[in-house]
Design a protein around this ligand. Sequence first.
Ligand code: VGL
Ligand code: ZN
Length: 206
Amino acid sequence: MRALILVDIQNDFLQGGALAVPDGDDIIPIVNQLQRYFDFVIATQDYHPPNHQSFASQYSGKKIGELVELDGIPQVLWPDHCVQSTAGAEFSADLDLDKVDKIFPKGTDDWIDSYSGFFDNEHKKDTGLDEYLKGKEVDQVFIVGLATDYCVKYTALDAVSLGFDTWVITDAVKGVNLQDDASAKALEEMEAKGVKLITSQDILQN
Ligand code: VGL
Ligand code: ZN
């Protein structure tokens, strides 16, 4: 079985949002077209409490983009984003949700960030996504969404290590690019670790 995983296609990562990913909106029509080619469609949702410790606002004298240690591991500081029960945490109104079988929230614990849709950044807790997919006999996962250099990357790398045959659809992801080449590097690293890269055309033409 094949699943399409929609990573964090939420208002705060889109134009006008608190952590807007450049050109992030461009992927939405492609993601909408792709959905009918899959047995299952899953969405992840970055869903932080208001005092989440990935927010620069929680530290005095720290700026967005700076690194801190959070529970012993490096943590990039972000603007407040995807706060639970706010509009920024909602999925884009332009995103087709009719075919979404299940939503997996992540980053819900104040003290642990979670880029991957499968595990938190310390790999202590899992979201239930692995079990869900295996329960549906999914063996192939295709990943789209935001952001290439964070949540898409870690979701794809975890998918490979959990034994899924894993693809990233390159024209249906966009990166934050704190450094200019961050997305290109992220895609290279994913490929080196066994993620396959394809474009939406490869799927839509079949
Ligand atoms: C993300 C930074 C912080 C993402 C989530 O969805 O890639 N990036 N939280
Ligand atoms: Zn976040």
